[in-house]
Design a protein around this ligand. Structure first.
Ligand code: ATP
Length: 363
């Protein structure tokens, strides 16, 4: 097991804009870190730089404190699991798992290989399928074989590049739990790339959010959700996404299309020195005031509900304000025919330091 340190890492392809731009991150021994962001944000490039499949333009990559920028992938001793599994179709499950050990010619005896393959396959519940070829396995089983190849070597860290994106929703859920369980059991340092925020929020100890090659925030899933540092993170994390409503700061509150929001200790520092702000409201903080008592600092307002969507366990309502529409979620108690009387919300504010918010400019 190992710590991985990224120091001001930059990757430029040709003369273009950097795909990875000055990324610094300390990944502790045994930690599970998720790299998440929209398509093209540079997350795969960053992972490939760590494993050694991509040159580092500038900056330092340290494994256990040693600079490994110039080390070949095989000397970094990291195990990568790819999106397409990269299994050998002509080899059995047993031989696929054994492959990384056979590659290190002479380093492992046949007996040692057998012990390791059987230990990995038992951990992944693949014992009964050792003689099969990949074509005769389900997507989830193939995924487990790919993971078996990673764990059989007892590598210093696991690197996953969107390993579940080819699976159907049900299997994806199962494998997500499987990966979390295995990582906890083995305690191996893990870096996991995904664009799926459910994976990001459920799997990692910490989540690193990337946008256009730049690290936006690194935090626990809960901290990302509750205290996003800017509008991008606020809008990217959470489903349905956070509502952004324009607001004007007045002496004692924020004037918004749905009413005046009083400034509490949490909001006051966030709006200081600003006149126009964006107020972020999580859909699940809307409550039905008829059935839920108003919390301290909460705001009560009337709203007409446009459309409702019922998703089995949750009800979402679309609520128009002026020119804006907000989504209110988790309204289990809400009468679907309600005309929108007495909707209530508690507020979270999200301000984007990367856009001009001062001097009266809205983001
Ligand atoms: P996705 O989720 O779509 O895989 P990503 O976040 O993993 O996206 P990368 O694949 O790391 O993003 O790509 C980051 C940027 O670098 C993109 O703009 C991409 O077009 C560019 N890029 C990636 N590989 C190369 C390459 N070999 N040559 C030139 N540009 C590249």
């Amino acid at each position: 097991m190992s710590s991985i340190t990224l120091k001001n890492l930059v990757k430029k392809y040709g003369d273009g804009f950097p795909a990875v731009n000055d990324v610094s991150l300390d990944i502790a021994d045994g930690e599970f870190v998720i790299l998440v962001g929209p398509s093209g944000c540079g997350k795969s490039t960053l992972l490939r730089m760590i494993v050694g499949l991509e040159d580092i333009t500038s900056g330092d990559l340290l494994i256990d404190g040693d600079r490994v920028n110039d080390k070949a992938p095989r000397d970094r001793d990291l195990a990568m699991v790819f999106q397409n599994y990269a299994l050998y179709p002509h080899l059995t499950v047993y031989e696929n798992i054994a492959f990384p050990l056979r590659l290190q010619r002479g380093q492992y005896s046949d007996e040692e290989i057998d012990t390791r393959v059987r230990r990995a396959s038992s951990l992944l519940e693949l014992d009964e399928h050792l003689d099969r070829k990949p074509a005769n396995l389900s997507g989830g089983q193939r995924q487990r074989v790919a993971m078996g190849r990673a764990i059989v070597r007892q590598a210093r860290a696991f690197l996953f590049d969107e390993p579940l994106s080819n699976l159907d929703a049900k299997l994806r859920g199962q494998m997500r739990t499987e990966i979390a369980r295995m990582q906890r059991r083995l305690g191996t340092t893990t870096v996991y790339v995904t664009h799926d925020q459910t994976e990001a929020l459920t799997l990692g100890d910490r989540v690193a959010v990337l946008r256009k090659g730049v690290l936006q925030q690194v935090a626990s899933p809960r901290a990302l959700y509750e205290e996003p540092v800017n509008l991008f993170v606020a809008g990217f994390i959470g489903s349905p996404p956070m509502n952004f409503i324009p607001g004007e700061v007045t002496e004692d509150g924020i004037r918004t299309p749905f009413g005046d929001v009083p400034l509490d200790d949490r909001l006051r520092p966030a709006v200081e020195g600003r006149t126009l702000v964006i107020v972020g409201i999580r859909p699940d903080t809307f409550k039905d005031a008829d059935t839920t008592p108003v919390a301290e600092g909460g705001v009560t307002f009337g709203a007409d509900i446009d459309v409702t969507e019922w998703l089995g366990s949750e009800l979402y309502a679309y609520v128009p304000f002026d020119t804006h529409e907000a989504v209110a979620g988790k309204l289990e108690e809400l009468d679907r025919d309600l005309d929108g009387e007495g909707m209530r919300t508690q507020l979270v504010i999200a301000l984007d330091p990367m856009t001009a918010l001062g001097d009266g400019d809205a983001a």
